[in-house]
Design a protein around this ligand. Structure first.
Ligand code: PMT
Length: 400
């Protein structure tokens, strides 16, 4: 996701410096080249050796170190970055930059760079709420600097309140957004994900193996590319993606209601959820007891096909469906594309062990209304999401 991107990670002196280690790991795993600059204060919390080992690059700490300057130089550091991330960012570094000061390697590099800068503030709640700090942040935002808001919780100083550095994954996602083309800006993408559960009694339900990974990957990728994203999610164990409006539902009936209520706002709908086709015709109010099996015949009734209903009532929305198949992939998917009045369908061979339900990879074929189709190779679900959004952007351009 970050191949060929260079990130300069500035680490300043706060207890959250340990979270910068995990953030660095995420950047490196995503393929970025990362250079780390640490302030003197940061070195009190985590050693440069940790960052050096994980980044595979020398860590820079001093402005007037002849060896470090000859190796790379602060201007070169400032020039080669696609993005500068300061995490954690203390009130001190934010105050310095807001005041136009450049008296150490990090503040000098921040002054010299033309790359976008993302600050991840972390500090005591009273410092964060101090009007001086707030004025500095506001000033920097007006100059085009980006911020990830701190979260509320117990702070290392013993206080409780806003000031905690968000989890590294949230900062990573914001980084992806800043480095992505904003080709979905202005779009509202409604995504469904995960399974539905159809209750039999208070302790049992019918469901399927959907983990939500595919739908969540689409929601994250659409948000990175500038869309407003509404994610209607069945029960999953996945973290809520940052910056995405999430509507939690359980049953097919609830999913239908949630989708229909929000349809008018959407310009693109992607239905990756594995919605139950059937539910128990009757739900027992009490737990069905052992010994009742003899009289237990399970009668099922059909749920509403939400996608088919969307196909009937859509106006200008681009409608994308998925088809989970174990046989006759293309024929079955094409039938769904036509009968449900879709613009595009993602045919998913769920009989493969490396594709479909629960795994991190997927192998899909994209089928279009004009009869054409294209096969994507086995990719991570994040990559499938990006490729699918490329096609959606293209279709939106041709239909707009
Ligand atoms: O969640 P993961 O573990 O990452 O797995 C991903 C996935 C396999 C669930 C996903 O890639 C996928 O294929 N989703 C569609 C699953 C499905 O229900 O397929 P289907 O062929 O039964 O349904 C066709 C389409 O109609 C789907 O877009 C589905 O959301 C929709 N549908 C189905 C039934 C129903 N009552 N209402 C619907 O809207």
């Amino acid at each position: 996701m970050l191949k060929e991107k260079t990130i300069l990670l500035g680490v300043t002196g706060g207890i959250a410096a340990y979270k910068a280690v995990e953030l660095l790991r995420l950047y490196v795993k995503a393929g970025a080249e990362v250079f780390v600059v640490m302030t003197k204060g940061a070195c009190e919390f985590v050693t440069p050796l940790t960052f050096q080992t994980l980044s595979g690059n020398p860590v820079h700490t001093e402005l007037f170190n002849l060896y470090q300057e000859r190796e790379i130089g602060h201007i070169s550091l400032a020039d080669r970055a696609d993005l500068v991330v300061v995490a954690p960012a203390t009130a001190n570094i934010i105050g310095k930059v807001a005041g136009g000061l450049a008296d150490d390697l990090l503040s000098t590099t921040l002054m010299a760079t033309k790359a976008p800068v993302l600050f991840v503030p972390a500090m005591n709640v009273n410092m964060y709420e101090n009007p001086l700090y707030q004025a500095n942040q506001k000033k920097l935002e007006e100059f085009g600097y980006h911020f990830v808001e701190p979260v509320t919780g117990y702070l290392a100083c013993g206080w409780e309140g806003k000031g905690k550095m968000p989890e590294p994954l949230a900062v990573f996602e914001e980084t992806l957004r800043l480095l992505s083309p904003q080709d979905l800006s202005g779009e509202t993408v409604l995504v469904t994900a995960g399974p539905t559960r159809e209750e039999l009694d208070p302790v049992r339900y019918l469901s399927n193996y959907s983990s939500g990974k595919m739908g969540y990957a689409i929601a994250r990728a659409a948000r990175q590319r500038g869309a407003r994203v509404i994610l209607v999610s069945g029960p999953t164990a996945l973290p809520v993606p940052c910056g995405v409006e999430v509507v939690q539902v359980v049953s097919a009936r609830q999913m239908r209601e949630a989708v229909m209520e929000r349809l008018a706002k959407a310009t693109v709908v992607v239905k990756a959820a594995a919605v139950a086709d059937y539910r128990p015709a009757e739900r027992s109010e009490q737990k069905i007891k052992k010994g009742q099996e003899a009289e237990l015949g399970l009668t099922l009734e059909k749920t509403t096909d939400i996608l088919a209903e969307l196909g009937q009532c859509k106006t200008t929305q681009l409608l994308v469906g998925f088809a989970a198949e174990t046989t006759d992939l293309v024929e079955n998917a094409r039938k769904k594309l036509e009968t449900k009045n879709l613009d595009l369908i993602v045919a998913n061979d769920v009989s493969r062990s490396d594709a479909g339900f629960d795994v991190d990879t997927n192998a899909v074929r994209l089928l279009y209304r004009d009869g054409s189709s294209e096969e994507l190779p086995l990719l991570s679900k994040d990559e499938v999401a990006q490729q699918l959004l490329d096609r959606i952007v293209r279709l939106r351009c041709t239909t707009a």
